[in-house]
Every structure is written in structure tokens, then in C-alpha cells.
Design a protein around this ligand. Structure first.
Ligand SMILES: Cc1ncc(COP(=O)(O)O)c(C=O)c1O
Length: 455
């Protein structure tokens, strides 16, 4: 892999494209600009969540409506949405069964700290879809990971989590680390960071079983926490045998294996775990599991659940350190039930897979036509173009392949052409609602953008 990603696109060309994209964005959205200016001042940093400013445009879209795979902004533009809320809406915006279930539940209570009949149905559906885990509900995947990590520590009596360099599992403090010169250290930029994260985490490179073995041999790792495919840097696929190796090593060293399926649920029915026959001790899934409503699930294997029950019976009385008041509310159960039963279906996954294959092939053709030293990678409905040669093998290679200014210019030009992709990386999702015409428009927009870059 070259040290310079991008494949020879000059800084001047990137700057020119960025300027043209910004000018086109501003010219096309006078109402949005005026509305944002009129409301300025209320939010800390202009928006209610900082990542709403992470898009490459001079100002964000103001969404009037999101339905299926289309966003409409208040200036009347219809946008083909391949970001899909960065997976929260991977099954399309407001899937009809979920919208119906939410409408029905909305008049019957929203939250009451008690189970309902949907709770019982959801438990059974979770096991049917993902395997015979013992389930808990959280509101975000971040929380699900945090709570599951507590269980791992409690049951093993060990302090650390092993994560892979370049990982992201939500804003779980312990995982905000990186590997530098063989040491695990806090990532730069963490706001108000106090604790020494090296005391509670160890980072090694993905696809490096020897490093995993060495780290686990220290005997202080409670769990290995990993995505099946690294999706939060430039996408990194596991080497053949990597997951089996992780399972063998964790068993040998008495650590737990925790699989975070929050993004790789794109793989197919039951996520990467089911499709590839993984056998984790802990299974975590958030984002799209309730069709776009905030909910996450985490499950323990029956054996681990029994170990936890023994621990739980012996611990002193007091707060467990897990739980948020609105988790496991009735609205979540309505949405979970509808999603699991009527949206996460074989037919929908088949549509997503076919569409994503078409997108992958079209993007690869465009890259080849321009002889760009780039590549395309896919895990089910999740497709990513990477502005460097591939395949990438670990987080360090993924970091080196990332070309922020170039990628921002591409994203901005794609939006000028009516296609939205995820802001942080070059990720595109194909939902069951995404049409062939939308996919072909994205391929055409990508080709036109490459033509500008490599002219
Ligand atoms: C693999 C993975 N796990 C967990 C999370 C956290 O999800 P949330 O932001 O919903 O807490 C993310 C978010 O991007 C993720 O990619």
C-alpha cells in the first residue's frame, strides 16, 4: 500500500472540487441557510449532536421527511440516502411495520418500567434470529457494550478488555485507545479524559493472532471485544481462520469473546455471527435492531448467563452500575417486535444483498475506468470504496488508507449530485427500500466525480 492514499489526486484538484461543491450546496439551499441562521445560538456548537457538523458541507441539510431510502430537505431536494443514519435506518426510514407498531403503541403507553406482552415475544424472536443467548435491552449500542463489559469483568475477575487498533464500539471509555509503538494509550482528542485507559484496555492489531495470544497470556483480559469485520476505519475483512483463532485463544486463556454486530448486521440474517457460524460468549447489537428507534440488545451464552447468576447471587447489595431508566420501554418493544418479525426477513436481506452487489460492481467498474489505485469492499448490504489499494489487514493500514480531504470532496460532490453517503468514512448501505435506479444514480454520480478528480 502506498504511504500516500488518493492515488495521485493533487491537493489543488481536491481544493477546487471542495470549493465548487460548497458553492453548489449554498446556492441550492437558501431556505436551509436562512432557517439555520435564524435559529443560531440555542445549541452548543450550532447543532444538538456534534456529529451533525461532521458533514463536509458548509451547513447541514435540514430534513423535512425521511422515508424508505429518500430524504427530502426543506429546500425541496429529494436525496438518495445511502448513509441511512449510519446504520440506524439500515432497513430504510420508517419501515411500514415499525411505523404501524409505533402508532399503535403510542396511545397505549410509552414507558412504565414493567414488561408487557411484546417483551415476551421479543425475547423469543431475538433467540430465533441470533441464537440462544439470554437477553437484555439497552437504549444504545454504547450502553450495551458497557453493560456487557461489566459482566465480563465480574465473571472473570479480570480488569481489561482487548480491542483492536482502530476499533469503534461507541463511546465506551475503555475502548477509546490506540496502539502506538507497542503501547496501548488513550486516543488523542478525548474530552475531559482522566483515567489511564492503558490500565483497563489492551489494543493489538486486527488479524494478528500472535499478538492476541501474547496479550491474553498476561492473564488480565476479561474479554476480547471485536466487530467481526472492522467497519469503523476503512473496512478491514478478517483473514480466513481469524475468528476461529480468536475463539480458540479466548478459550485457552480463560477470556470471553464478545462480538459487536452493530454494523455487521448488514451481513445477512442473524448477522455475521449466524452467517459465519461464530460462537461468542456475548453478542451485542444496536442501531437498526428496532428499525430506527433507539434500542440495543445484548445477550449472554447460556453458560455465561449461569456463571453470572452465581456471581450475582454472591455480590454485595448495591447498584450494579448498569441501567438507564428509559431502557426496555414499551415503545422499544413494539419497534423491536415489528423489526425482528417483519423487517429483518430473508426476503429483505436478499434484496439488500443483490442491491449491494450491484453497487459494489458499479463502483469497481468506475474505479477501473479511471485506473485509480483504489478498491471496494463489502460486507452484505454495507459497501465501502477506499481511496487506496487493498485489501487492508488492520487498523494501522486502514488509518494510512484514509484520505480525509479527498474523501470530503467526494462526499460533497456526491451530495451535489443527489446522493448522501456516511460522513466519517466512505460507507454506503443498501436498504430493502433502495431501488436499482437509486443505485445506478449513485454509481453515475461516483463516476462523474472520479472524472472530475482524474481529468
Ligand atoms: C460497531 C459499533 N458498536 C457500537 C456503536 C455505538 O452505537 P451507538 O452510537 O448507537 O451507541 C457503534 C457506532 O457507530 C459501532 O459502529
Amino acid at each position: 500500500m502506498p504511504s500516500q492514499p488518493g492515488g495521485g489526486v493533487t491537493a489543488a484538484r481536491i481544493a477546487d472540487l471542495t470549493d465548487r461543491a460548497a458553492a453548489a450546496h449554498v446556492a441550492a439551499r437558501p431556505r436551509t441557510a436562512a432557517a439555520l441562521a435564524a435559529a443560531a445560538g440555542a445549541w452548543l456548537g450550532t447543532v444538538p449532536m456534534h456529529w451533525m457538523r461532521d458533514w463536509p458541507q458548509p451547513f447541514p441539510l435540514l430534513v423535512a421527511r425521511a422515508k424508505g431510502a429518500v430524504l427530502e430537505d426543506i429546500d425541496g431536494h429529494r436525496i438518495d440516502d445511502f448513509c441511512l443514519g449510519d446504520t440506524g435506518a439500515m432497513f430504510g426510514h420508517s419501515p411500514p411495520p415499525v411505523a404501524r407498531a409505533l402508532r399503535a403503541q403510542a396511545g397505549r403507553g410509552l414507558t412504565c418500567m414493567l414488561p408487557c406482552e411484546d417483551t415476551l415475544a421479543v425475547g423469543a424472536l431475538l433467540s430465533e434470529r441470533f441464537g440462544p443467548f439470554r437477553w437484555q435491552i439497552a437504549t444504545t449500542a454504547t450502553d450495551a457494550n458497557r453493560f456487557a463489559l461489566r459482566i465480563a469483568r465480574a465473571v472473570t475477575g479480570r480488569p481489561k478488555v482487548l480491542v483492536f487498533n482502530g476499533c469503534y464500539h461507541g463511546t465506551v471509555d475503555e475502548t477509546m485507545v490506540r496502539l502506538r509503538d507497542g503501547r496501548t494509550e488513550a486516543r488523542p482528542g478525548l474530552v475531559g479524559q482522566v483515567a489511564d485507559l492503558g490500565a483497563t484496555a489492551v489494543a493489538v492489531e486486527f488479524n494478528d493472532l500472535a499478538a492476541v495470544d501474547a496479550a491474553l497470556a498476561a492473564g488480565d483480559v476479561a474479554a476480547v471485544l471485536t466487530e467481526p469485520v472492522m467497519t469503523n476505519s476503512c473496512m478491514v475483512l478478517p483473514d480466513p481462520g481469524f475468528h476461529q483463532g480468536l475463539r480458540d485463544l479466548t478459550r485457552r486463556h480463560g477470556a470471553l469473546l464478545m462480538i459487536d454486530e452493530t454494523h455487521t448486521i448488514s451481513t445477512g440474517l442473524g448477522g455475521y455471527t449466524r452467517v459465519h457460524g461464530l460462537a461468542p460468549d456475548i453478542f451485542v447489537l444496536g442501531k437498526c435492531v428496532a428499525g430506527g428507534l433507539a434500542a440495543a440488545v445484548w445477550g449472554l451464552s447460556p453458560e455465561l448467563a449461569d456463571r453470572f447468576a452465581s456471581y450475582n447471587a454472591s455480590r454485595p447489595a448495591g447498584h450494579s452500575g448498569m441501567g438507564t431508566t428509559l431502557s426496555a420501554n414499551m415503545l422499544q418493544f413494539a419497534a423491536l417486535r415489528a423489526t425482528l418479525a417483519e423487517v429483518m426477513t430473508p426476503a429483505n436481506y436478499a434484496r439488500m444483498e443483490a442491491g449491494a452487489e450491484r453497487l459494489q460492481a458499479g463502483l469497481a467498474r468506475a474505479i477501473a475506468a479511471h485506473a485509480a489505485p483504489w478498491h471496494v469492499v463489502r460486507v452484505g448490504a454495507r459497501v465501502e470504496f477506499i481511496c487506496a489499494p487493498g485489501p487492508l489487514r488492520n487498523g494501522s493500514e486502514a488509518e494510512a488508507a484514509h484520505a480525509p480531504a479527498l474523501e470530503a470532496a467526494i462526499h460533497a460532490r456526491l451530495l451535489n449530485r443527489g446522493c448522501l453517503i456516511a460522513p466519517f468514512h466512505n460507507m454506503m448501505l443498501v436498504s430493502p427500500a433502495t431501488t436499482r435506479a437509486q443505485i445506478d444514480r449513485l454509481i453515475a454520480a461516483f463516476s462523474a466525480t472520479l472524472a472530475e478528480l482524474f481529468a
